[in-house]
Write a protein that binds this ligand. Structure first.
Ligand SMILES: Nc1ncnc2c1ncn2[C@@H]1O[C@H](COP(=O)(O)OP(=O)(O)O)[C@@H](O)[C@H]1O
Ligand SMILES: [Mg+2]
Length: 355
């Protein structure tokens, strides 16, 4: 039986922020699939952490271990504020969840969906009504309260799912690719709203996505995963500018690798390869180019144009430019790298990282 262990109405929504500690959390499924290698992860109270990685790398499994929907392999432990909750079932963990698939009750109204968790917890009627109204207001769907789920767009459904998750005032909010099913414009708008929602609530949140732009925009810290392992944990800027492994460098954004020997004037000073982002090379006319090449393709992206350069004996190099004049395919141009903007060479990377 479930207990109403949630804060009273008079208490602030986040009386105490919940830190999450995972130690040695691996997961091997019954069929032998090793979804997670033993993982350690510490999430501070009130922090938003994004789990980022390609499909199948173990993000959902890790989230479900935090939720209490999966138990880690023997030896793994899950702590909330230092308290061991490893064997505590989901309904007693006080977590709110939002999925890509909404998971709403199709035959209930919006209001009934949002009220559901409160009813289960036997929250008194008046209090329940107030909390539902608050949650609907927060997600800007008050005017949809009496609609059935079937009458809503995808974006509206996800707002309902978010309202339902926050109405129970969880200690922790867990979101599994909540925007993946939406079109690009809606995705951007709702992402901004989720960001301000999480900041407004000050709640501890774990957000799963395979979309690096989403991860960069939302995460206080990003956990990059590959093949059931953590590749790197850090603030978005660190992940982007100083990837710890080759996997991270390649997964986040676009990165060029050019042998130092191919760069005019660099061969003697730098060994091996030089790594840089498309936006950290500038096009130079005449003198001063580190590298010259032919424009193989040109893609106008509105705020910038993405060029692919080909040089003999090198892999194609991707360069972004904000110049307005058209650069023609076949044209020969030079680029200059900004030395302060090179990506430090990742450490060799871990063995056998494919995903
Ligand atoms: N219940 C299950 N039984 C067996 N294998 C599973 C199960 N759930 C997930 N997996 C496998 O575990 C790996 C990680 O899955 P998942 O955590 O869903 O990855 P992600 O969310 O990053 O896409 C995948 O290889 C997946 O096929
Ligand atoms: Mg998943």
């Amino acid at each position: 039986m479930m207990h109403n262990t949630l804060p009273e109405a008079s208490e602030p929504m986040t009386a105490e922020k919940t830190a999450i500690t995972l130690t040695d959390c691996g997961k091997t499924f019954a069929d032998g699939t090793r979804a997670l290698q033993p993982i350690d992860l510490a999430i501070a109270g009130g922090e938003t952490v994004v789990l980022l990685g390609p499909s199948g790398c173990g993000k959902t499994t890790l989230l479900r271990i935090v939720a209490g929907l999966e138990t880690p392999d023997a030896g793994g432990r899950v702590l909330f504020n230092g308290e061991d909750v490893t064997v505590r079932p989901i309904e007693r963990r006080e977590v709110g969840m939002v999925f890509q698939s909404y998971a709403l009750f199709p035959n209930m109204s919006v209001r009934q969906n949002v009220a559901y968790g409160l009813k289960v917890r036997r929250v008194p009627r008046e209090e329940l009504t107030r909390r539902v109204d608050d949650a609907l207001e927060m997600m800007q769907i008050a005017e949809l309260a009496e609609r059935r789920i079937g009458q809503l767009s995808g974006g509206q459904r996800q707002r309902v799912a978010l309202a339902r998750a926050i109405a129970v005032r969880p200690r922790i909010l867990l979101l599994d690719e909540p925007l993946t099913a939406l079109d690009a414009l809606l995705r951007d708008r709702l992402r901004v709203e989720i960001d301000s929602l999480l900041r407004g609530l000050g709640i501890t949140a774990v957000y799963v996505t395979h979309d690096q732009a989403e991860a960069m925009a939302l995460g206080d810290r990003v956990v990059v995963m590959s093949a059931g392992q953590i590749e790197q944990i850090g603030p978005p800027r660190d992940i982007y500018h100083a990837p710890a492994t080759d996997f991270v460098a390649d997964f986040i954004g676009t990165v060029n690798r050019v042998p130092a020997a191919a760069l005019a004037g660099w061969g003697d000073e730098v060994d091996g390869a030089v790594l840089f982002r498309p936006e950290d090379a500038e096009i130079v006319s005449g003198e001063g180019a580190h590298l010259r090449g032919r424009v193989a393709s040109s893609l106008f992206l509105g705020d910038r144009t993405r060029l692919v350069l080909e040089s003999d004996g090198l892999l194609p190099v991707v360069v972004d430019t904000r110049r307005r004049e058209t650069i023609r395919i076949g044209e020969e141009i030079g680029i200059r790298l900004k030395p302060g903007h090179l990506i430090p060479l990742p450490s060799a990377g871990r063995e056998g990282q494919t995903c």
